[in-house]
Ligand binder design. Structure first.
Ligand code: NAD
Ligand code: ZN
Length: 349
């Protein structure tokens, strides 16, 4: 076996990520070496490269680290003491890390585990390389029929949007309504989950015509070019009033403002996008009456199991745009321009 591999890494804070040669890691006790088949690109990666170093260090991230937190692959080697999984098994890797011992993990809310703050692809080595180390077998999900090449995006884009939709379900009555702001990687999966789990009228708001067309293919009932000053009126007109759920996958000032104004009485507003927008005005007047507003980070293992099972059963469309690792920068640019059709998945070179 070769000794080195190419990895796409944040080498230094404030500097664009680079393709560099690094040693192939070996798994320690209890750890697993996974050979990456495909790694999905997430918009969160883009913010990591430009994050001020002081913030990164304060939350425990260490540079250099390899990007990539949406991984499908095969088990390549087992550290001592690993049971229940074998070399060659096709797996998806849990996107957030979790310890399996704390009270959050015990309650099945492992996305809130303290270990999730530093993870593979954010603060430690992730999947934009041929191999990566996974800290425990409980963070690997065996695949039944799904090709590991396409499974990665389901662990974050698919499962994070599933977590958001599930959190809103009790607010969406039969024949209710939902608005998805930003139908990129996560938002497009949210449209599929809303179609699968509700009978809601679905309105998608996105400035990219390619993303709006794709959302319609996935089952969105109305699409709106936005967000701008006409968006709120357009949504309210389409729905004949406020929505039962609004999911914001952008999270800048204008989308939070429009999203909250489009949320009806008793409705839910889910802030998923990490645009770091702010809210001005009197909270009593701005929040949905008798409704709820929430944010969260990352899916649980249970969410990820559900989404992989839906995809394994053919009930979820899994579209990917494949890029080799040496064209990874180009793939991020296509994502930023809203030109992707599926999730960009990078294959190691
Ligand atoms: P993406 O780039 O694939 O999709 C973003 C979409 O938003 C694109 O289709 C784009 O055209 C659209 N958009 C851009 N500006 C808009 C605007 N003003 N109004 C409406 N739509 C607009 O990104 P992604 O990978 O799907 O990630 C979406 C967001 O979710 C990012 O902010 C990412 O950091 C965040 N994220 C959060 C979590 C979490 O657990 N909370 C997990 C993963 C990603
Ligand atoms: Zn992500």
């Amino acid at each position: 076996m070769e000794r080195t591999m190419t990895a796409y890494r944040i080498v230094e804070w404030g500097r664009a990520p680079e393709l560099v040669e690094v040693p192939i890691p070996s798994p320690g006790p209890g750890e697993i070496l996974v050979e990456v088949a495909g790694n999905g690109l997430c918009h969160s990666d883009v913010g990591m490269a430009s994050m001020p170093g002081a913030i990164g260090e304060a939350i425990g991230w260490k540079v250099p680290f390899t990007l990539g937190h949406e991984v499908g692959g095969r088990v390549a080697a087992l550290g001592t003491g690993v049971v229940g999984i074998g070399v060659g098994d096709a797996v998806a890797v849990m996107s957030p890390r979790s310890c399996g011992r704390c009270s959050w993990c015990a309650r099945g809310a492992d996305n809130n585990c303290d270990d999730s703050i530093v993870g593979r692809g954010y603060g430690m080595d992730g999947g934009l390389a041929r191999f990566m180390v996974v800290q425990s077998a409980r963070e690997l999900i065996p695949l039944r029929t799904l090709d590991p090449l396409v499974a990665g995006p389901l662990t974050d884009a698919g499962a994070t949007s599933y977590h958001a939709v599930r959190r809103c379900l009790h607010r969406i009555p039969p024949a209710g309504s939902a608005v998805v702001i930003g139908a990129g990687g996560l938002g497009a999966y949210a449209v599929q989950h809303l179609r699968e789990l509700t009978t809601a009228q679905i309105v998608v708001v996105d400035p990219s015509s390619a993303r709006r067309d794709y959302a319609v293919e996935l089952g969105a009932h109305h699409v709106i070019d936005g967000v701008d000053e006409s968006t709120i009126g357009a949504v309210l007109t389409h729905l004949g009033g406020g929505a039962d759920a609004v999911l914001d996958f952008v999270g800048i000032d204008s989308t939070i403002d429009a999203g909250l104004r489009c949320t009806g009485k008793g409705g839910a507003f889910a802030l998923v996008g990490a645009g770091h927008g702010s809210l001005t005005g009197t909270l009593f007047d701005r929040l949905p009456r008798d409704g709820e507003v929430f944010t969260f980070q990352a899916p649980t293992i249970a969410d990820t199991l559900d989404v992989l099972a839906l995809a394994d059963d053919g009930r979820l469309r899994v579209d990917v745009d494949l890029y080799p690792l040496d064209r990874v920068a180009e793939a991020y640019e296509a994502m930023e321009r809203g030109e992707l059709r599926g999730r960009a998945v990078v294959t190691p070179t």
